[in-house]
Design a protein around this ligand. Sequence first.
Ligand code: MG
Length: 215
Amino acid sequence: MARANSRPGKIVCVGRNYAAHAAELGGKVPSEPLIFLKPPSAVIAAGEPVRMPPDVGRVDYEGEIGLVIGRRCRRVSEAAAWNHLSGIVAVNDVTARTLQRSDSQWTRAKGLDTFCPVGNVVEASSVDPAGLSLTTRVNGEVRQHGTTGEMVFSISRLVSFISHVMTLEAGDLIATGTPEGVGPVAPGDVVEVALSCGSAVRNPVEGGEALGQGG
Ligand code: MG
């Protein structure tokens, strides 16, 4: 059993990988996977609070299916991709939506401390990728539901594509994109992302320190 919530070396995220979600934010489905990074310092475990700076504007939950890399890989084929995964995890790609819209790079919007809740690791070998789904609840109400069948780019395609861009190391995490139904949270809310394979991550949202301007 892989260790839950160990800090990944890097977190590679996929944007607009569900057509209905791309449309709800006014975006188009990309012709090849759109990837960006979240820093490992953003990772928190189930139960730990997502801390929302009071001056950061809108903050959204994004429930996602996460992939844990099992062994170093570079330029793997789609056919071999699944064999390089050790675990499947629920991920919440918490996003400062106002900052995402104001910045051409998403580093601030995606990289704030506590903005990457990661759930318990389920062994990849026990999971059927074709039947995998995720559900996001806010205060117990279902807000998102998505399946791997709705992904624009499959899990195998994503692992292969990313591994042609950068070497993936054991423990690295890939967040495969969020389905439609994203929405804002506020202090006092509780967000849960649950996967059909048994991984889940549930976190309260609390107020945090002001972002400020530094210096
Ligand atoms: Mg996302």
